[in-house]
Design a protein around this ligand. Structure first.
Ligand SMILES: [Zn+2]
Length: 151
């Protein structure tokens, strides 16, 4: 992989982002597989085996029909559906990254997912920008999906 200017993590790459000083999601029976998969470099959504509905974030039931959803591994690619630029944030771990983009990404597989784009120049982000996921290590069981423009 090139280490030149602008080079970032590859799609699905799990990156040691240093000491994690941001909130942790709190793993439970419903969301645990999602965060653990992210720690391994895989972005999961849920798909309903009964009606085919796909959803994010993780929930115990299909929001369309109430059946038990199953996990579906995504390509980790999508386009920016909409976004905002965060310019003020009081928590030190976030303040150090200002300004940063928080985007709603429309996955290639359909569902919309939220995520931030740390280190990405907000001027490089627009509605429709193709993006790809990478993962920051939060702890031994938890990875956090982040997004960046496709190079
Ligand atoms: Zn369903």
């Amino acid at each position: 992989m090139s280490a030149g200017a602008g080079a970032g993590p590859a799609v699905g790459e799990v990156v040691d982002v240093g000491e994690w000083a941001k909130p942790l999601p709190g793993l439970d029976a419903v969301n645990g597989p999602y965060w653990k998969a992210a720690r391994e470099g895989r972005l999961l959504i849920q798909e309903c085996p009964t009606c085919g509905h796909r959803q994010w974030y993780p929930r115990a039931l299909c929001t369309a029909c109430g059946a038990d959803p199953v996990w579906l591994e995504t390509t980790g690619r999508g386009v920016v559906h909409t976004f905002t630029v965060i310019r003020q944030q009081g928590m030190p771990a976030f303040k150090a990254e200002l300004p940063y983009v928080v985007a709603m990404v429309e996955l290639a597989e359909g569902p919309l997912v939220f995520g931030s784009m740390p280190g990405v120049d907000p001027d490089l982000v627009a509605i429709g920008t193709p993006v790809e996921v990478w993962f920051g290590v939060a702890d031994d069981d938890t990875g956090v999906p982040f997004w960046r423009p496709v190079p």
